[in-house]
Design a protein. Structure first.
Length: 286
């Protein structure tokens, strides 16, 4: 597989299964290649698992895809805890599963969250009362061509947000995990996944929650209260199961999803006075 492709369709790299082509699609396999690509194309869009993005129908000029940065290591345990390092392209759910097999506790919440370790750090991904911030010891970033370690505090991690230096790329992340009982870890993971299956439309393409929850409330509750559940624009539909999810019924375009997003934002603003903040990231022109 070559490390650079032209006119690569992006839909297959997103959980929405939507999006036009990348004029240039780059797949670094080492940090040196990543630094080289980032130096040449500083405006390139960094793509992890594509589980929190809406890519425009026209696509994007340059995309740097990190799924191949998948190194993994564990430091010798100290006082019952272990520092586990995974490359930014490592699947977050696969890491959670692996930690269970090694009897290490702390990433049970990650089980079932789609996407990569890098994306999880950038989004401070979380579920079932846990989030990246709680277990991140440090992340290694590429900033201005140089590799440097940052603590969670320095990354400004907060609810589904981070404040990375401009143009920075996460190369790997180190989690501080505690030794625990494998059976108990597995039980918690299964419980988390079960809750997810009951509340989220997992059998149909989406990008997870579209909006961040406003303080003291839930975006899904507000959207549902305004009668949006099941509302469609073309192939894009507000999920019947969870009103903060927009699903692709199979033929949705990015323009249709975007139109639905705008409709929700405007109706919520005029109906409640609340300005919803988007959690998903738009890629390309809208
Ligand atoms: C069905 C479903 C359920 C979901 N449930 C949850 C949930 O319970 N909790 C939750 O928090 N999220 C959830 N999400 C959202 C999503 O899975 C998370 O936000 C995830 O952490 C995104 O990771 P990713 O690798 O897919 O990132 P992408 O979607 O590829 O990218 C997201 C953003 O991060 C940037 N980025 C990605 N990797 C890097 C990197 N290495 N360096 C710098 N920038 C980078 C991208 O440029 C983009 O701005 C869900 C999504 C789906 C589809």
């Amino acid at each position: 597989m070559t490390k650079a492709r032209k006119n690569e369709p992006l839909a297959k790299f997103t959980t929405f299964r939507i999006g036009g082509p990348a004029e240039l699609f780059l797949m670094p396999e080492t940090v040196e290649e990543l630094a080289d690509f980032c130096g040449k194309y500083p405006e390139g869009f960094i793509l992890g698992g594509g589980s929190n993005v809406l890519v425009s129908d026209e696509g994007a000029p340059v995309v740097i895809f990190l799924k191949k940065l998948k190194n993994f290591s564990v430091a010798a345990p100290e006082n019952g805890s272990s520092a586990v390092t995974a490359g930014s392209g490592y699947s977050f759910t696969a890491l959670s599963r692996k930690m269970c097999g090694m009897g290490l506790s702390g990433l049970e919440f990650a089980y079932g969250i789609p996407g990569t370790v890098g994306g999880a750090v950038v989004m401070n991904a979380g579920a079932s009362g846990g989030e990246v911030k709680d277990v991140l010891e440090k992340a290694t970033l590429l900033v201005d061509g140089k590799v440097r370690d940052f603590s969670g505090r320095e990354l400004g991690l907060s609810y589904r947000k981070s404040e990375l230096p401009k143009g920075a790329v996460i190369v790997s992340a180190t989690f501080n995990l505690q030794q625990g009982d494998e059976k108990e870890i597995e039980r918690r993971m299964k419980e988390n996944l079960e809750k997810r299956k009951q509340t989220q439309p997992l059998d149909i393409p989406s990008a997870g929650s579209v909006f961040r929850n406003p303080p003291g409330d839930f975006a899904g509750r507000i959207i549902e209260s305004l009668g949006f559940k099941g509302r469609c624009v073309g192939g894009a539909q507000v999920s019947e199961k969870h009103a903060n999810f927009i699903v692709n019924q199979g033929w949705a375009t990015a323009a249709q999803v975007f139109q639905l997003i705008k409709m929700i934002e405007e109706t919520v603003k005029s109906g409640t006075g609340i300005t919803l903040e988007r959690e998903i990231k738009l890629v390309g022109n809208f």
